[in-house]
Design a protein around this ligand. Structure first.
Ligand SMILES: [Zn+2]
Length: 369
């Protein structure tokens, strides 16, 4: 709901109650939307933000040997690359002059349609080629964790992380309600080492029209048994980083990355929405602890990839929600690179034993680095 213009061109927008929090929905043109989430009722001053980017002809092509789908989208080559802090598109707007993607005066958690999306809801016809093609149908959203440009998952208050998980639960449920979508993954790429183009603390959501092979294989594992059941009884204590009444954070004995961390709810649930608000807050506390331990390991921000794994379409009854951090450093000054063996075969070689990584993360090791 918008009110008449203010003197500086801003309008007012008011959040409405939704699922235990408040949400304001702002149409942004060309089918794009911005959602602003807050714990309490509030209003925002809304400016004109950055305009839509069109073109790119997003489409998929099929690999002739493996059958996997590969996404092509020319529009992404031109995306914003490491802008100055003053030109950050994820910061709030203080006046109508410097436009951003979140054109309000302040916010808590914001989710919006990616202007440089690899996948789009209304994809154009794919080219006719010598191999299989299909429209690049799907949805890409950006998730800003905070209006504070300097924040990170490890420094944001656990209450705010809980709001973030509540917001993700709502959006992921809405995205899965779209019959064209088969798999939704909220994730974060953290650090310039992994190719992050914006320093502002943020994640993304990809909603895909198909279930990628690796995800399907992992989901199929739950069909016969739940490999993540009863972990708090089965895991060696050495690998446990933290636990509470709803879940456990640990270094998995099967870690493929040095300092890999998994966060798993005790209860078998398909996704963040099925957890419920209280358990989500407990999971948020574990995420905060895990992110803090990763940054503490070498006293520096740890570059990582992080994702929530939720049930793909057709797996809701047996899938067990989990979150995974895949850190990219194996020592204070050494990166873990995926080289020939990992890239060609998917067969991982790990130098650091998970037990040693857990000791370092738990501060039980005198020889860091
Ligand atoms: Zn920023």
């Amino acid at each position: 709901m918008t009110d008449p213009l203010h003197e500086d061109g801003a309008t007012a927008i008011t959040a409405v109650a939704a699922d235990g929090l408040y949400r304001a929905t702002v149409p942004r043109g060309e089918g794009r939307r911005l959602y602003l989430f807050s714990r309490l009722a509030r209003s925002y001053r809304l400016f004109d933000g950055l305009p839509s980017v069109t073109g790119g002809s997003a489409h998929f092509r099929q690999h002739p040997l493996t059958g996997e789908w590969i996404s092509y989208s020319g529009v992404r080559q031109g995306r914003t690359f490491l802008p100055q802090t003053a030109e950050c598109p994820l910061c709030a707007m203080t006046s109508g002059e410097l436009k951003t993607d979140i054109p309000v005066d302040d916010y808590e958690v914001a989710i919006f349609t990616n202007r440089f999306a690899a996948l789009t809801e209304e994809a154009s016809l794919p080219p006719d080629m010598m191999l299989g093609t299909r429209p690049g149908t799907g949805i890409c959203e950006v998730v800003s964790y905070s209006a504070d440009h300097q924040a990170s998952l490890s420094t944001i208050e656990p209450d705010r992380v809980a709001l973030l998980l509540d917001a993700l639960a709502i959006r992921c449920t809405e995205l899965m309600a779209n019959a064209d979508i088969a798999y939704v993954m909220p994730f974060e790429n953290r650090g310039r080492e992994i190719g992050v183009t914006l320093d502002h603390p943020h994640g993304q959501i990809y909603a895909l029209p198909h279930i990628p092979d690796r995800i399907k294989k992992a989901a199929d594992a739950f069909r016969t048994d739940d490999p993540l059941a009863g972990l708090s009884q089965r895991l060696p204590e050495q690998l446990v980083l933290a636990k509470n009444k709803s879940g456990i954070a640990f270094v998995p004995p099967w870690a493929r990355y040095p300092f890999e961390i998994w966060i798993v709810p005790h209860q078998q649930v398909a996704d963040l929405a099925a957890l419920g608000a209280e358990a989500r807050a407990d999971m948020a506390a574990l995420v905060s602890i895990a992110a803090g331990k990763l940054d503490a390991a070498f006293d520096a921000p740890m570059p990582y990839t992080f994702a929530w794994q939720m049930a793909p379409r057709g797996y809701a009854d047996e899938f067990h929600l989990h979150a995974v951090f895949q850190p990219l450093k194996r020592a204070a000054d050494k990166m873990k690179y995926l080289a020939s063996v990992e890239q060609f075969t998917g067969f991982f070689l790990v130098d650091l034993l998970p037990e040693a990584a857990a000791d370092i993360l738990n501060g039980q090791d005198g020889q860091r680095g």
